[in-house]
Design a protein around this ligand. Structure first.
Ligand SMILES: *Cc1c(COP(=O)(O)O)cnc(C)c1O
Length: 392
């Protein structure tokens, strides 16, 4: 099975059939599991972490199928699925850190990730140093002999800064720090973050993995030691488990993940190429365009691809709102990786709470629109965007 390509694993890996031999993965909508005898109950509790299920907060067969399939796809030994992407980010960090620890993180993060690193961790006595994630010299200066963990989004939300994954991992590992990577924008299809040195990969499966806007979900992937000894005790006792029904939806999402991400990436490249240089735009940001500051790095660590996300800068909030309100196919929302193309104005929505200077430092300009390209015909998307821009 380890010989299979990611695309094949995403369809088949980790299936556990019941005695009925069902084709589609079964949904075990059960909170618990019965034991034949008191001795069996005792034995089951002694072996938590393996296949013997005890309680759905600890693990469930449908959820375990999803965890196993994601681990195989990512090349990880093990995984723990969570109720949302943020539960995964929080679980990965909180389970391994304690007061007095030092963390280095890139500054360009999704709003809620920033909240965990800036507010929650520091409130519990964890010291966090923030760096410009695209500048290896800043990582080098910030990582100390006592640094416990390093955190970044491999491609940042929303301004699409690309982190030198190998470079940062080498610096972190030189002091024995654990590298945790939020890999949402890169997707398991294009990224090989673990092979590039990352220790722990975190996904919001709400995004490309469900890919159809139906459910929140998350997963933490890493070594069996990290998942079972560090993550599982924290998550199973604090209650961030993924629901079995959600895990089933995510399994169905994985079956089509590869073809969706490929089609969405083709669409994003076509849209970025069509919009670059447009007279109404200050900037088009797409890692797959040679104009992107980390274009070569992005291609080298993403199997030659730029991903499904881009951003445009309309120059002002007013102009961006005109474009947003004139679009017919793109919907204004804050999900991404969806089959439906989605546009988001980060400065006034996902990153609204940040002070203006911090927005500026993160490249979140007032006219920025984050674009998640869906599965529509790219020609229709280009026409829709051109018509909206013409009205500015
Ligand atoms: C959406 C997102 C999250 C949070 O995921 P939820 O499933 O919404 O909790 C974390 N990191 C990144 C980069 C995201 O895009």
């Amino acid at each position: 099975m380890s010989e299979w390509s990611k695309r094949t694993k995403a369809v088949h890996h980790g299936v556990r059939r019941s005695q009925y031999g069902e084709v589609s993965e079964a949904i075990f909508l059960t909170q618990g599991f019965v034991y034949d005898t008191a001795e069996d109950a005792e034995a089951r509790f002694l072996q938590s972490g393996d296949d013997e299920f005890i309680y759905a907060r600890y693990g469930n067969p449908t959820v375990r199928m999803f965890e196993d399939r994601m681990a195989a796809l990512e090349g990880a030994e093990d995984g723990f699925a969570t109720a949302s992407g943020m539960a995964a980010v929080n679980g990965a960090l909180m389970s391994m850190l304690k007061a007095g620890d030092h963390v280095v993180s890139s500054r360009a993060l999704f709003g809620s990730c920033l909240y965990i690193l800036e507010d929650v961790l520091q409130r519990f006595g964890v010291e966090v140093s923030f760096v410009d994630g695209t500048d290896l010299a800043q990582w080098k200066a910030a990582i100390r002999p006592d640094t416990k963990a390093v955190f970044f989004e491999s491609i940042s939300n929303p301004a699409l800064e690309v982190i030198d994954v190998r470079g940062v991992c080498d610096l972190a590992h030189a002091v024995g720090a654990t590298v945790i990577c939020d890999n949402v924008f890169a997707t398991p299809v294009w990224s090989d973050a673990l092979a590039q040195g990352v220790d722990v990969v975190v996904y919001s499966t709400t995004k490309h993995i469900d890919g159809q806007g139906r459910a929140l979900g998350g997963i933490i992937l890493g070594t069996q030691e990290f998942i079972r000894k560090t993550v599982e005790p924290y998550l199973k006792h604090t209650g961030a488990a993924m629901s079995p029904f959600t895990a089933w939806m995510m399994l169905k999402g994985l079956e089509t993940l590869d073809m969706r991400v490929r089609a969405q990436t083709d669409g994003a490249l076509a849209l970025a190429q069509a919009l670059e240089g447009h007279e109404k735009l200050a900037r088009v940001i797409y890692p797959g365009l040679p104009s992107h500051p980390q274009h070569n790095l992005a291609l080298s660590q993403m199997n030659g691809q730029g991903g499904t996300m881009l951003a445009i800068d309309c120059g002002s909030k007013e102009a961006s709102y005109k474009v947003l309100n004139a679009l017919d196919i793109f919907t204004i929302s804050n999900n991404l990786g969806d089959a439906k193309s989605i546009v988001t104005p980060p400065a006034t929505t996902t990153h609204q709470r940040l002070p203006d200077d911090q927005k500026a430092a993160l490249g979140i300009t007032p006219g920025l629109i984050r674009i998640s390209v869906g599965l529509e015909d790219p020609a229709d998307l280009i026409a829709d965007m051109r018509a909206a821009l013409a009205g500015v």
